[in-house]
Write a protein that binds this ligand. Structure first.
Ligand code: KIV
Length: 280
């Protein structure tokens, strides 16, 4: 296995000292960009189902597609901590299957750990994966693989009952042995309480400024997914418009015979050209 800068355990040591920054990536180039931007870790997220494969949610993606993303990201970011996202039904059926599938992320996808959605209800499975020697990143709050049950992609923990549930979930995950927990779409003050209550780092996405770290989806940061722009996203460039403009200029240049010019073309020697001409 290659030498990556941070191990899941060393990420834990950053809590209270330094903000942790992460991003999702799905292919060689997004991974290379993430590594060159010095991300603390990369999540090969099942959000790739939507932003790369065009599905309307994350339910449809499977192990083989996730492993293909992981292999490409591992080639693009060989020196960055890489966590593979376990897709829907790859860990819910049995602990044995969960361990085997988590193992595939390590053996085939060359990941250094896996992410598993869910709180108390998933804690036993997470513990089994951790016991098998595979580091696990937890994920609570808005868990897209439960969006049917949650009634959509909604902020979680707004009521007394659901806020208490989230705190219990975080404690259960810490006890199960996760190295960090993603809090997705959780009110800032509740994220603060959870962050102060547990010893492992919290990584927020739509969870306000008080978590130990932040994570965003690559396509959201660079403005490549205009179909959906959640409130919590900060977009740092308009990638879609920039790329579209470039592609439109390419089309225009070709139609107007401005591309390729001599600069982008190859030359043949005079002798070879004459020989060919004489043969025709
Ligand atoms: O799949 C994903 O990209 C995620 C992040 C949003 C945390 O789970």
């Amino acid at each position: 296995m290659s030498l990556f800068k941070l191990s899941p355990n060393s990420l834990k040591e950053k809590k209270g000292k330094e903000s942790i920054v992460a991003i999702t990536a799905y292919d060689y180039i997004s991974a290379k960009l993430a590594e060159e931007s010095k991300m603390d870790f990369i999540l090969i997220g099942d959000s790739g189902a939507m932003v790369v494969l065009g599905h309307e949610d994350t339910y449809s993606i499977g192990m083989e597609e996730m492993l293909m993303f992981c292999k490409a990201v591992s080639r693009g970011a060989p020196n960055t901590l890489r966590i593979g996202d376990m897709p829907f039904l790859s860990y819910q059926v049995s602990k044995e299957q969960a361990i085997l599938n988590a193992g595939r992320f390590v053996k085939e996808g060359r990941c250094h750990g896996v992410k598993v959605e869910g709180g108390e209800e998933t804690a036993e499975t997470i513990q089994a994966i951790v016991k098998a020697g595979i580091p696990v990143l937890g994920h609570i709050g808005l868990t897209p693989q439960r969006s049917m049950e949650l009634g959509g992609l909604k902020v979680q923990g707004k009521t007394i009952e659901s806020a208490q549930k989230l705190l219990n979930d975080a404690i259960a995950l810490e006890e199960a042995g996760v190295f960090a927990i993603i809090l997705e779409c959780v009110p800032s003050e509740l994220s603060k309480i959870i962050t102060e209550k547990i010893k492992v780092p919290t990584i927020g996405i739509g969870a306000g400024p008080f978590t130990d770290g932040q994570i965003l989806v690559f396509h959201d940061v660079v403005g490549l997914f205009p179909e959906m722009r959640p409130k919590f996203v900060k977009t740092y460039c308009n990638g879609f418009e920039t790329f579209k403009k470039a592609l439109c200029e390419y089309v225009k240049d070709c139609k107007e015979k401005k591309f390729p010019s001599e600069k982008e073309s190859f030359k043949i020697s005079k002798e070879a050209l004459e020989a060919v001409l004489n043969k025709t």
